[in-house]
Write a protein that binds this ligand. Structure first.
Ligand SMILES: C[S@@+](CC[C@H](N)C(=O)[O-])C[C@H]1O[C@@H](n2cnc3c(N)ncnc32)[C@H](O)[C@@H]1O
Length: 222
């Protein structure tokens, strides 16, 4: 009797695991279809992915975010990676997004970005800079652009400032340049270069940043 119950349980577990894999595959196929539709490849170009878009909709890009209030073309939890074929993307961009993931989640997504980016593609990232935040803590913390908003008047010391930056806005892991470069290289990117905000050697990547606090901007290529 006990053997029969155990056998039935294991059969149910196998069937539901199979159903889960099937459902995940179907969801991934649907996502790939929606991404291709919102960023159609032109004349052999790959798709353009904008990760964690929030309220910033880039035309000609597939804007992805998991928040219902965002302007995303595709709502998707990026902690689940990019269920897309390898080498399908020519551009991947994100501003103030990766610091909202835990380090391990970020590392997994960096690897997936490398996988879906084609060999001539570019991955551009803009984010706060931990190095600059530490400098601000030791110096002109009151001059930080976001603190000029009266709603941040409650931040009244440099210690309060740095604690806030680490814990507020859903921040989970802040990068400085060396750390970000290492993570991108570990993910398989062959070249990582510092960039100025709004400026790129690639015309289509110029002028994308929208935030004063995009202090750390890099481009990574395979
Ligand atoms: C600080 S906002 C930046 C939005 C926009 N890039 C900008 O610079 O204004 C971070 C965005 O990342 C999105 N986000 C956070 N975790 C996410 C996840 N796991 N999957 C998809 N989007 C996520 C949030 O919903 C939010 O829109």
């Amino acid at each position: 009797m006990a053997n029969t119950v155990a056998g039935a349980r294991s059969l149910v577990a196998r069937v539901s695991a199979k159903a889960e894999v099937g459902a995940r595959r179907a969801q991934a196929a649907l996502l790939a279809q929606r991404i291709r539709r919102s960023s159609p490849a032109r004349s052999g170009d790959g798709v353009r992915l904008h990760l964690g878009c929030g309220s910033v909709h880039l035309n000609g890009w597939c804007n992805i975010d998991n928040e219902p209030g965002s302007v995303a073309d595709v709502r998707w939890d990026l902690r689940q990676g990019l269920p897309l074929p390898s080498g399908i993307a020519s551009r991947i961009y994100s501003e103030h997004f990766f610091e909202h993931l835990e380090l391990d989640e970020g590392k997994r997504l960096f690897s997936d970005c490398r996988r879906v980016l084609r060999d001539q593609g570019v991955f551009r990232l803009a984010m706060p800079d931990l190095g600059r935040i530490v400098e601000n803590y030791k110096g002109p913390w009151r001059d930080v652009p976001v603190l000029q908003d009266p709603s941040f008047a409650f931040i009244d010391t440099n210690a309060h400032y740095i604690n806030h930056v680490f814990r507020a806005w859903g921040h989970l892991y802040l990068y400085d340049y060396d750390d970000l470069e290492l993570r991108l290289r570990q993910a398989g990117f062959g070249s990582v270069t510092k960039q100025e905000k709004g400026i790129s050697g690639h015309a289509d990547l110029c002028g994308l940043e929208t935030r004063a606090e995009s202090w750390l901007v890099v481009e990574a290529t395979p």
